[in-house]
Design a protein around this ligand. Sequence first.
Ligand SMILES: Nc1nc2c(c(=O)[nH]1)N[C@H]1C(S)=C(S)[C@@H](COP(=O)(O)OP(=O)(O)OC[C@H]3O[C@@H](n4cnc5c(=O)[nH]c(N)nc54)[C@H](O)[C@@H]3O)O[C@H]1N2
Ligand SMILES: Nc1nc2c(c(=O)[nH]1)N[C@H]1C(S)=C(S)[C@@H](COP(=O)(O)OP(=O)(O)OC[C@H]3O[C@@H](n4cnc5c(=O)[nH]c(N)nc54)[C@H](O)[C@@H]3O)O[C@H]1N2
Ligand code: SF4
Ligand SMILES: [Mo]
Length: 700
Amino acid sequence: MPTHHVTCPLCEATCGLSVTVDDGAVTSVRGDALDVFSRGYLCPKGASIGSLHGDPDRVRAPLVKRGGRFVEVAWDEAFAEIAARLPRGDAAAVYLGNPGVHNLSTSLYARALIKALDTKNVYSASSVDQAPKQFAAGYLFGDPMSVPVPDLDRTDFLLLLGANPLVSNGSLMTSPDTRGRLRAIRARGGRVVVVDPMRSRTAESADQHLAIRPGTDALLLFALVHVLFAEDLVKLGALAPHVAGVDAVRALAVPFSPEAVAPATGLSAEAIRGLAADLAAAPTAAVYGRIGTTAQRFGSLASWLVDVLNVLTGNLDRPGGAMFPLAAAGQANAGRGRRPFRHGRWHSRVRGLPEVMGELPAATLADEIEAGGVRALVTLSGNPCVSTPNADRLAEALRGLDFMVSLDIYVNETTRHADVILPGTSPLERPHYDIALYQFAVRNVANWSDAVLETPLPQEWETLLRMTGAVVGMSDVDALDDVVAAQVASRFGVPVAEGRGPARLVDMMLRAGPYDVRLADLRAHPHGIDFGPLKPRVPEVLATESGRIELAPPALTADVPRLLAELTAPVPPMVLIGRRQLRSNNSWMHNIAPLMGGANRCTAQLNPTDAERLGLTPGDPCVVRSRTGKVTVPIEITDAIRPGVVSIPHGWGHTHPDTHTTVAAEHPGVNSNILADELLIDAPSGTAVLNGIPVEVTRA
Ligand SMILES: Nc1nc2c(c(=O)[nH]1)N[C@H]1C(S)=C(S)[C@@H](COP(=O)(O)OP(=O)(O)OC[C@H]3O[C@@H](n4cnc5c(=O)[nH]c(N)nc54)[C@H](O)[C@@H]3O)O[C@H]1N2
Ligand SMILES: Nc1nc2c(c(=O)[nH]1)N[C@H]1C(S)=C(S)[C@@H](COP(=O)(O)OP(=O)(O)OC[C@H]3O[C@@H](n4cnc5c(=O)[nH]c(N)nc54)[C@H](O)[C@@H]3O)O[C@H]1N2
Ligand code: SF4
Ligand SMILES: [Mo]
């Protein structure tokens, strides 16, 4: 039986899988022990990729709604419907979901559709996720793709805030087997410190856990900066000639002493001073913040201060610190002629929220639909009715659209509203290369996977080009593909290569890249090619106007007064945060039966002191209410969570009878984003506040 060595596309870790097939069916999935990056590691999701492929509920033919019900139609009929009903211009909105980042077709061809639609109404999961990190990187380093990643394999000290990579497997830090890499830090005498309102699995396995009050990371980080200056611990090292704005940061940090931030953060001034001393004393150190620091009220400031600390301790861009990857293909953060990042080139119509990286905040999509500006919606592998704030309001808004089309693999909470659903392939039916995630990898690696199984479906890039063609009145997919290839050729300065589809584009980008490899070389190395540990890249990586690291960019410092006010603001008695679960993937893997046993449970976790105060006992249902809605959910009492905080995982709420996810419907849970308030955003980037939402908890 043939064994295929492929990269798992289900999360950012890019693990190698060895997939054995027999007669078109998957017979086993194991971690690829020879994979140059993951060395045999895999998680339960990767192991269940065969079940995802075989899921009988997966959509396998185009669906068009007729008389309120989906009926299977031929592809031509589906595209005719799109040609007739999808408008061009700002009346059409596009929402790009997370799996599109893990899918070559969407990564490389969605842009053609968006261009053809000629709309400013582009939304994505970025604005419920990492946009603040990219916003800060954009202004600090000139390019929103220049996000420094912790050099996990060489660091002596790792400070993690708002991340739980032992469960999430790491994010904006492509690192298969993060658990093993964190263990190795401790084994070589280093330290790992976790800042999280929850004693997460990552916190549990760390040297130190600081249970911060949600939404206050920027205060803690500013206090660390304050101590570095006050105690003369700032050392820029080799970075010194490349950094501007140090004095401005020093002045801004003055009010944020450990004593001043202690009440709001819930951490003692002594602990904060100790952390600053440890960070400064470590031979090398990396500060890293993830979703708990981005999808929160001060996401941009926290993201900024993470890298300010990396700079002030001399750890940016040096081995063992926070470094800039250099990807083999499509290296987004390299090359000539990059224009310095700026945002706010246009604004949303209703709330006037600024564009960031060509997108408007998902938190305002419902506003734009309700006000009548947006009349049609295209979702590309997204489930915003579960993953974005005030989910019920968005669902109601979708009902008022003139037309909606979804490229997706399920009829779920979002796609049930569509007029047309176009099915994508299963991951095993398409080639794969992590064009996006290698931009954030802790080693420079490259790995190409050919499709494991044949498919009766068109590839998603072909579908995207046919949609593009439907919009502009062209039907020749190959001619459109040539246009895309010509654009890639001109952007990367290489000739157009032979072939079609994503393989050709990746080959061209590899040829343009820094490592002298081609697609054929990757095909000859089924376990990947390792280009080694990250290398220092300052100043070449910098794309700011000054050519230096702008440590105090106005787009960020303008938000400091809002943070200052937080020092004296009243503390809400109860706030909601989210959590991820190992056998779950945002909203969409709850239909995979092998993943639904065990510890995936949609519960509200509460500290015993809160449970007692509220008269709640384990398993009781409780009602959690916010400005936007309420959910009833069983409680789980645990001292792992800080008092005053309730945690509900996102991605649940599979309760609608017009969806077609049979297994998920047996474990519905509740949609926590019914509680997320679309008016609460990180001011600079417009990113939704999904952690630290004021709520009230009562007995049901
Ligand atoms: N409260 C709260 N909310 C959150 C978060 C949180 O931490 N807390 N996290 C946020 C984050 S980080 C993210 S990234 C977003 C995710 O937000 P979304 O991307 O909107 O949601 P997903 O749940 O990832 O839904 C993915 C969709 O893609 C479809 N799909 C899966 N595979 C494929 C494929 O191969 N092809 C196609 N065409 N479709 C496919 C699925 O059926 C599903 O409809 O959620 C955010 N929402
Ligand atoms: N198994 C699994 N893996 C996944 C996903 C999944 O759904 N399931 N989703 C993928 C996606 S799209 C992403 S973006 C990544 C995210 O990857 P991570 O960022 O590692 O996400 P989480 O596991 O949600 O960890 C966030 C942590 O932040 C904490 N937190 C909440 N609020 C705050 C706060 O205000 N301050 C601080 N310091 N901490 C806070 C939470 O308690 C939680 O432990 O995971 C990816 N991997
Ligand atoms: S950790 Fe991520 S990449 Fe690795 S097997 Fe699991 S889902 Fe796949
Ligand atoms: Mo995400």
